[in-house]
Every structure is written in C-alpha cells, then in structure tokens.
Design a protein around this ligand. Structure first.
Ligand code: FUL
Length: 497
C-alpha cells in the first residue's frame, strides 16, 4: 500500500479526521505545539494524489503496431501480423526505469489504432493475432510482472479513441465495449497506480461522433483500483499541463476549477497555470517524449533530447509542482534503444550529483520575521530539519514574511528546493530567494508558486547567509523543505562522462 494512503488510514483510525491534518507534524518529533496548526486552505490533496506528487517522475511507454509501421497514429486497419518484436524484454524497460529513478511506468495498452497489447476477449485486434510468441503473448502481463519484480508502480493508458472497433460512434455500445476492456485491465494485472485517459475523440464508421461516458469509466477505476490516480486533461486526479513539451507554468496552482469543464475541451491557460480559485485539487502532469515522436522511429535515433534539455524539463515539471511523465518508446526489437538508455543514465547520474549534498544542514541557525505562536514547533529550523512533515509557519493573517539561514562559513549554491506542507493546502503566491552580499540582500531567484515542490535554478551565488522571502500567500505560509545545492555545470558534466 502506498505511503500516503497508509498514513491516512492509520491516522484516521487512531485520532479521527481532524487530527489527520494537525497531528502529522507532531508525530515526527517530541516537540509539542500549544498553538493549533493553521486551518487548511481548501481544496486539499487526497492521499493518492500525495503519493502521485511523491513519485516526481515516471515513464511513458508508447508501443504498438505503429512501432512497426513507422506511424504516430495508426488508422486501425493494420494487420496484427505486423506486430512482431524480435526480442521483446519488458524487464529491460522496467529495470532501466527503476535504475534511472523513475517510480512508475505507464504502458499504452491500446492506442488510437485499437490494437491491444493484451489478448482482450472483446476484439480479435490484439497480440493474440500476431506472430509474436505465436499469439500466446501478453505485453501488459510482462510489464506488470516486471513492475512487481523491480518494485515500481504500474499504470495503464487505454485510448478511448479507437479507429478499429466497428461500434465506435455508436455511443452506448462503444462505451460498454470500452468499459469491458478497461475492466480487463483493472482486474487482471494486480495493482494499477494510474489510469491515463486520452481525450482524443473522433467519428465512427457510422459518421457519428462518439460521446464518451467518462463518469462510468471513472467509476470503474474507483471500484476496482481505489488507489489509482485518474489522469485526463481535466482530472479528476491529475490534469494535463496543456502542452506536450514538458513545461508547467509559473504560477502553477494544483487547484483547478472543474465547473463547466468538459474532458477533451479544457482551457489551456488553466491547464498550464491551474487556478487560484479552483474548487478541486487537480495538479498538472507534464508529458513529453525523449524523442520527437511518441512512438519509435529509426530516423529519430539521433534526436534523443540532450541532457541539458532533459534537466530543463525536469526543473519545469518535477521542479514545478508537477510530475514528469517522460516517454521512452521501445523499438522494433522490443527494447529501449541504446541511445535512450545512455541518456537516461546520464540524466539520473546528473540528478544524483546535482542534488548532493544539501548545504542547508539541520542545526544551522535560522531566524524568521514571524513564527506561529512564537513556538519552536513552527520555527525556521523546521524547514531545514530533513523532515518534510514539519514546517515553518507564521501566525494567521501573516502572508508576507521571511526565513534566514546562516552558514557556518561561506558557501556557493545555484539550486534551491522548496516545499510547502500541502496537506494544509497550497498557499504561496510569490517568493524570492536572496543572498547577503556586503550587508545587502540580493535576489538570487524568484517565482510565484511553490506547492508540493519547487526546484529553482539561479546563477552561482556565494554567501554566508540566505533569506527566503514570502511576498504573498493565500494564507499563512507553511514551508516544510528548504534546501540549497551547488550543481556542477551540466556541459562540463556531459564532457566528463
Ligand atoms: C495524445 C496522442 O494523440 C498521442 O499519440 C500520444 O499518445 C499523447 C501522449 O497523447 O493525445
């Protein structure tokens, strides 16, 4: 069971719903608070959404008949005989993901062409009609088994748009067909952690546009996989960020106004930035491919994104209150290509090097402009104590304040990691990171939202004292993580490889 869901159940059982919110911080240390924690600012994340935030980055696997026909969108008329990977190894996909820091893989079990990577009993347009393993294979089974073996989560993509299925466009009939296929995936492959719904929609052979019954699809997920987070361009669990480049906006609120929004027809600006007045917690996912296309094309073997580009995407996705869903398409052999694997290793090595060591060690001297109730329980040390369950908070109504940390000697940094204690809601609307230079505070970096996690880059900055300035917030800020790093120059790092 996932951490947040387990924590939620235990806390609810022992102390009741109210202290689920207030007791989290107290549990991690002996400090006692006399002043109550800040009132939650709604909407709040659900435990399965917190688990999703924690993942940070996961891997999309686009694989189907398109891999063999060199297409991005199949037309549904492909002969299943074209699907013939020579040495498919799902363990290589999942092990690569795990080894390079990805916490989940999401497989395109069926893309728009309608070809199923598992032997669905509701159509013959599946792997069962292919020469691969003499029609006895099941790619979904192999990937889900590999996820259990290597200890990462498994998610499914099942395209509602189906260009093969004859009943597509006959809305009630196709909705039942789709629910049948979804049920197969939700009930035969163990725990599913994410269900990724693509909003693409078209006309069926009858010339009619298919009307998807989203509510009934989502109800099936809730019934069979209560821990799974549901993605569509408008949630309800996670929303699309509004582009396929891998970049969330600033601000990027996890809140989203789902009133009057149709799936497949959301407003791009709200997807990219969220909505400070949104009524639901629906954080953005950044999906992007490591290559120009979503599917493997030999002609793109030399167009794998550079390490610089991937790191920039990382800062703007995982580092911007979002998660990165990086697509790495298996090739015609049924393997992740050497060039992609090499880049993933470099990416993971760079992240491990860049985020180590944290210069804001627990025990450094902190000061704040305001501390909630003037109590140690909420003071500045709580942001640098290596425990994301404790936080610096101000008194109610104080939405503009600061936190300083003094180094023991002079340090150079170029990256800051910040987190809010979002179990009480996302609050910060504007912040600045400053360094003391000859008695003057100078700006190193600035931004709008922080949310679950903000990773912000700045020029190399040398100082013996830093200040986090919260300039504006929806309610008193709760800062649970403040870290600084001195990352190596990425170009030199690549050359050193
Ligand atoms: C889009 C699809 O049309 C693309 O082929 C790809 O699967 C992408 C992730 O979503 O809607």
């Amino acid at each position: 069971m996932k951490t947040e869901i387990r924590r939620f159940i235990i806390q609810t059982l022992i102390t009741g719903v109210l202290s689920t919110i207030s007791g989290a911080a107290a549990a991690s240390e002996n400090l006692q608070a006399h002043t109550p924690p800040p009132e939650p600012v709604r909407p709040l994340p659900k435990p399965r959404q917190l688990d999703w935030h924690e993942r940070g980055r996961y891997m999309f696997l686009h694989f189907t008949v398109n891999t063999f026909t060199d297409m991005e969108w199949g037309n549904g008329k492909e002969d299943p005989q074209v699907f013939n990977p020579t040495s498919l190894d799902a363990r290589q996909w999942v092990k690569t993901a795990k080894d390079t820091g990805f916490e989940m893989v999401i497989l395109t079990c069926k893309h728009h062409d309608g070809f199923c990577l598992w032997p669905s009993k509701y159509t013959d347009h599946t792997v069962a009609g292919s020469p691969w393993k003499n029609g006895e294979g099941d790619v979904v089974r192999e990937v889900s088994d590999a996820c259990r073996e290597f200890g990462i989560d498994f998610g499914v993509y099942l395209s509602p748009w189906d260009r093969h299925e004859p009943c597509y466009g006959d809305s009630p009939k196709y909705n039942q067909f789709y629910r049948n296929q979804l049920t197969e995936l939700l009930t035969n492959y163990g725990e599913i952690s994410m269900v990724w719904f693509d909003g693409a929609c078209g006309e069926g052979p009858n010339g009619k546009r298919q009307v998807y019954d989203w509510d009934s699809y989502f109800a099936l997920v809730r019934k069979h996989q209560p821990g799974a987070v549901i993605f569509s361009d408008a949630g309800p669990g996670v929303r699309w960020v509004g582009n396929e480049a891998g970049y969330a906006g600033d601000p990027n609120w996890a809140m989203y106004d789902i009133r009057n929004i149709e799936i497949g027809g959301g407003r791009r600006d709200q997807m990219t930035h969220g909505n400070i007045n949104g009524n639901k917690w629906v954080p953005a996912e950044c999906d992007v491919s490591i290559r120009p296309g979503w599917f493997y094309h030999k002609s793109e073997d030399d167009e794998v994104k550079s390490l610089e580009k991937l790191f920039d995407i990382y800062l703007n996705s995982t580092g911007n209150n979002s998660c990165l869903n990086l697509n790495v398409p298996p090739d015609r052999r049924g393997l992740l290509h050497e060039n992609d694997v090499q880049r993933l290793r470099e990416f993971s090595d760079y992240l491990n090097t860049a985020f180590n060591p944290n210069l804001l060690k627990p025990g450094l001297t902190t000061e704040t402009g305001n501390t909630r109730g003037n109590e140690a329980f909420y003071n500045g040390t709580r942001a640098i104590d290596d425990d994301p369950m404790t936080y610096w908070a101000t008194d109610d109504g104080v939405t503009n304040s600061w936190l300083t940390v003094e180094f023991e000697d002079t340090k150079t940094f170029n990256i800051a990691v910040l987190r809010e204690y979002v179990r009480l809601g996302q609050r910060v609307a504007e912040f600045e990171l400053q360094a003391l230079n000859n008695g003057q505070w100078e700006t190193a970096a600035s931004g709008h939202t922080i949310g679950f996690q903000r990773i912000i880059k700045c020029p190399d900055t040398t100082t013996d004292k830093v200040r986090l300035l919260i300039k504006n917030a929806r309610a008193c800020p709760t800062i649970s993580v403040f870290e600084l790093y001195n990352a190596p120059d990425i170009k030199e790092f690549t050359n050193a490889e």
